[in-house]
Design a protein around this ligand. Sequence first.
Ligand code: ADQ
Length: 737
Amino acid sequence: MSKTIILSNRLPLQINITKEKLQVTPSVGGLATGLKSFHREGDSIWIGWSGLTEEEIPVNLKAEIKVRAREDACITVSFTAEEMDGFYYGFSNRSIWPLFHYFTEYTEWESWQWEMYKKVNQKYADSVIEHYEEGDKIWVHDYQLLLVPNMIREQRPNATIGFFNHIPFPSYEVFRTMPWREEILNGMLGADLIGFHTYDYERHFLSSVRRILRRPVEFNEVTLANRVVKVDSFPMGIDYEKFEQTALKHHEISEDQETELQQRLNFHRKKSPDSQLILSIDRLDYTKGIANRIRAFEYFLEKYPEYIGKVRLVMLAVPSRSDVPQYQLLKKEIDELVGRINGKFATVSWIPIWYFFRSMPFENLIDLYTSCNIALLTPIRDGMNLVAKEYIATRTNQTGVLILSEMAGASHEMNEALIINPNNFEQIADAILQAIKMPKEEQIRRNTLLQKRLKRYNVVRWATDFMKALDKTKENQPSFKAIHISQEIQEKILTSFKNAKNRILFLDYDGTLVGFEDKPNLAKPDEQLLDLIKKVSKIKNTKVVLISGRDKETLGTWWKALPVELIAEHGVWVRKTGKEWQLNEKVHNNWMKNVRPVVETFCDRTPGTFLEEKNYSLAWHYRKADPELGEIRANELSNVLKELISNHGLSVLEGNKVLEIKSSGVNKGKAAGKVLLKKDYDFIFAIGDDWTDEFLFQELPENAITVKVGVKKTAASYYVEDTNKVRDLLLQFSRVH
Ligand code: ADQ
């Protein structure tokens, strides 16, 4: 039976060795906590790092670790300390993490760390391959493994691969600063489905793909040479029931069963019943805005001194990544801040901040969530922030106020919280005041709505939705009617080529025989291509027709010496083999004087675009423009032109990064039809890459072999990936005879 392979940097369990004995504890952190429930309920295995380096594992415990992990359907991957240093503490946490959270001043670019990142990603990918069976689904998680999807794809081209990014994806302007940006994007695009927490992250990613890789992006789909990758947002939920049920039980336990922490909390509550506890929980990370939060709390006490002695900040910070210098500095900064503020405001019976720097067992988290009537979460950037959701889930009597940063992904779904800007102390101080004074009915009203939403979209629903969408990506792929020319199909085509008596080949030029250049005149045929076409056109009873939107002068010059027929400007001109150019259609160009100035204004307003004038058509090229602006302006120009030229027998052709205005009656299909009338061909072949070639595919008789270059919607029967494949196919033709 097929299974799901979950892959993340860390396993949901952390293995430690004390006195030669294994100790297994659950891992802390959003990903592990969230995904654990999905893993438990489904048929899946989880591959990841155990938390111990190879050096730390005594030989006699190696097997035991594997067995222990297997009990929880986990598979360990092991790394040396050096690998972890470069991959995890290095590139993951000194390059990607700060960059993706907009802390560009903290980013380091060390090529040895990048090399280690690649190496370790490859190890993870290899481990997946080792456990992969046909039909399995692979779900890769987070920023440490950005290269893995494509590494798996290279070894298992048909695998179903999903990728989810748990942290923000930064705007293009920030992402572009990364030295290995192409590699990172291509790595992620190895997946069939890429998920983010919010639409903004999705938008930023697509924008980077479009601008950096210059890949076509339509809505939320990226078209690659032979696949389409879907990108979507799936806001991660929590195991709502677990938090709700534990909180309900927590309220029922007798005093003597309470934890020590709960007893202390109760003691303080009894001593001053009007006092308020403000909770703050995070990993100790500079993105979480912990220092800002403390300063804002200080500002609150200064602005509203009547609350001195009545409000307390309960701050829990989990140690994290302590091998990275910024985290050590942050620890120092927080220690000092807490010390300074406690020193400044403390009275004999009250201190303003209770600070815990440690990981806490689950029941203590519940003690805190249920005992604090305000939660203050002020990240500067946060992919989602699950603590906000956990806090709301534990408020079983619906009281309590959540103050949440607008920079957390969770703020998009939690509008009923008090949403603040983490850099605006004034606003935070006022939000604390508002929270303290908020009537119970209002708290209940807000939390009821929040709880309803969080309960419905819990972590299992999140994971199920992602997996369903992943299945759909495979269903959607064959919606391209065209079939890929495999080795087997190629053989069949070659056989009918060989057996035919009269052959004709219609070949588009740009994007088919040659790749695109920034300027059209740079895409001249190279020697290898000229040689190849010469060979094919010399085969007996074989006619080669180059059919293009290009002007007759350029085509004529480039293909002067070859025995091929040329069709220029989409069919306006024909040059039979060895003859002069002839007008093929009755067209006029007196409309150009009215249309040219309109196109010119678009050239002026859109840097990188230019106008190409042909004899009977005008083409506006926007390949070199900023991709997003180019698309917007192309759409705008197309609409303007359609209005301008209506009833003039003209049409606007939308080609590959070009808009062309020409006579309506002229197209490649019509031109090819005329050529076919002259002779009875028993092998008709046509190949092209863009929209203008669709006329050709549609017009040709049913038995014609029509081939699209690239994966796009098409009327052609077959497709090949790129121009290299086209040349390869032509080479095979030339070798048949
Ligand atoms: P994190 O940055 O780890 O996750 P978060 O989403 O808040 O942040 O999750 C923290 C988790 O750790 C929570 O489940 C919480 O209960 C637990 N936790 C916190 N303090 C603890 C303590 N002292 N002891 C024990 N457990 C503690 C990353 C991204 C987030 C994203 C998640 C999930 O940075 O933005 O929400 O992944 O995608």
